[in-house]
Design a protein around this ligand. Structure first.
Ligand code: C2O
Ligand code: CU
Ligand code: CU
Length: 497
């Protein structure tokens, strides 16, 4: 379909465009914010980590404070560091006046500690999940998963990063100094009202979900990070409610993708641009040994016009506008006084064993759909409150278990979108993509994943195995990670036994 083509074409065509200088900006920075680095909390010693779910105040725009939510901070939460074969003990305390469920996205843990909507923490209550971390090194995250309110609560700030280490990540020569040459980069977009305060409304979200106008990185607009003149690792998380981004550097410099959602790729994959869907993580390494600062761009994929073709519509946009956009989302400013990581990038990262065909014991199909529920008009910019968002014809019902899966065996899941592009996410596992948008998965999508993109009128196929239990009382979820689609019902529940 057209969207697939345009997506691919953009990635292929971006090199020429970017180097042609269309992104050179006349934008001047009066007082650039520095990149906020969430506190790093060590969870490897088994001591409980206290996470207070609370309200806060945050300045996205200089001088304007807006009400937010956070975990032990005003906006977002700390980065939690854990290790394979260790116990991670979390202690959430909900100090809000509304219920909150917090899910560990990407964690291979049983349903009863997964933090899905069945595990809502009532106001004033505590929830203390004990997590046995058995999976390999990866960048995961935690975020609100409250029934019907996930979009609203994540938008206000209920999200944070989880870093899992293991012996392989210890032994690979990669930048690993948190906040120095190993940076958490949580990409989101936000809309502000006339007073500069956060604006959000599930009912007013368009059919593509709530699309913010301004990119924020760890809660800051166009921040600057001082980094050493060497290799720098970025742990990119698309923490947006609904936006797909194209990530590239303004000078079109190459970078290496080393990890996807569930951990390391088999080898670094060189890229100059890549797509990131909501919920997705990509670890990349960029080389700043040349001492030049690098400007990271996060372009809004959905603003490109399929019909006109990506290249011509981009050209139009930039030729037309007086102030060419976009401004960099994050500037990496080289400070040669900082000790640099200059070792060569490892050629091999991890081993990934795909299941043999004979090991795949069954196939399941999932069809995502959105239809006008008949409650009145909707359009590209109209509300989607009246749309039915379904998977296999049913909207999420807390009292219905949609699928029953056997533990420890491989299955093939074929997932299709009847309308629109959707990032499909599955709890409790990492999976491998066999087909993406109807074609073989590209090299940078061949690692462990927990999100896969489905295009309009197209399908993707994954192979997946669940190693942990999820009961009827505490099932796992599969859903679209456009949070407004999820909140409107594009989600299902399943057990593993
Ligand atoms: Cu990141 Cu069920 O979600
Ligand atoms: Cu999840
Ligand atoms: Cu969706």
């Amino acid at each position: 379909m057209s969207l697939t083509l345009s997506r691919r074409r953009f990635v292929a065509g971006s090199a020429a465009l970017l180097s042609a200088g269309f992104f050179q900006t006349g934008w001047s920075r009066s007082a650039p914010a520095s990149l906020p680095i969430p506190a790093l909390v060590d969870g490897t010693n088994g001591e409980p980590i206290n996470l207070r779910i609370r309200s806060g105040e945050w300045s996205f725009k200089p001088g304007v404070r807006t009400p937010t939510l956070g975990l032990s901070q005003d906006y977002l939460g700390p980065t939690i560091r854990t290790r394979q074969n260790s116990e991670l003990n979390l202690r959430y305390r909900n100090t809000l006046t509304e219920g909150v469920a917090i899910h560990g996205h990407g964690l291979h843990v049983p349903g009863e500690v997964d933090g899905g909507p069945q595990l809502e923490i009532a106001p004033g209550d505590q929830w203390q999940p004990a997590l046995s971390i058995v999976q390999p090194a990866a960048t995961c995250w935690y975020h609100s998963h409250t029934h019907g309110k996930t979009g609203h609560q994540v938008y206000r700030g209920l999200a944070g990063m989880i870093i899992i280490d293991d012996e392989i990540s210890d032994s690979l020569e990669l930048p690993r100094r948190y906040g120095i040459d190993d940076l958490p980069v949580i990409i989101q977009d936000r809309t502000f009202d006339a007073q500069g305060r956060l604006a959000y409304s599930l009912n007013d979200a368009g059919e593509d979900g709530w699309l913010g106008e301004t990119v924020v990185i760890n809660g800051a607009i166009s921040p600057v990070a001082r980094v050493p003149a060497g290799k720098v690792r970025l742990r990119l998380l698309n923490g947006a409610n609904a936006r797909f981004y194209i990530v590239a550097f303004a000078d079109n410099r190459p970078f290496y993708k080393i990890a996807s959602d569930g951990g390391f790729l088999t080898a670094p994959v060189p890229l100059t641009a890549m797509e990131m869907s909501p919920g997705e993580r990509c670890e990349i390494v960029v080389d700043l040994t040349d001492g030049n600062s690098a400007e990271l761009l996060t372009l809004f994929e959905n603003e490109f016009d399929d019909e006109q073709g990506i290249v011509s519509s981009l050209l139009d946009r930039f030729l037309r506008s007086e102030k060419p956009t976009p401004q960099p989302s994050l500037t990496l400013l080289v400070d040669s006084a900082l000790p640099a990581h200059t070792a060569r990038l490892p050629e091999k990262l991890a081993t990934i064993v795909r299941p043999k065909k004979t090991e795949i014991i069954r196939t399941r199909g999932f069809v995502l759909d959105m239809k006008d529920g008949g409650g009145g008009g909707h359009g590209r910019n109209g509300g989607h409150a009246s749309m039915d968002m379904t998977i296999n014809g049913a909207a999420m019902d807390m009292n219905v278990i949609n699928e029953h899966v056997r533990r420890g065996v491989w299955e093939r899941w074929r997932i299709r979108s009847n309308q629109g592009a959707h990032p499909f996410h599955v709890h409790g596992c990492s999976f491998l993509i066999e087909q993406m948008e109807g074609a073989a998965a590209p090299p940078d999508q061949r690692g462990w994943k927990d999100t896969v993109v489905l295009d309009d009128d197209d399908w993707s196929e994954i192979v997946v195995r669940f190693d942990h239990l999820a009961t009827k009382q505490y099932p796992y979820m599969y859903h679209c990670h456009i949070l407004e689609h999820e909140d409107r019902g594009m989600m299902g529940q399943f057990t593993v036994s």
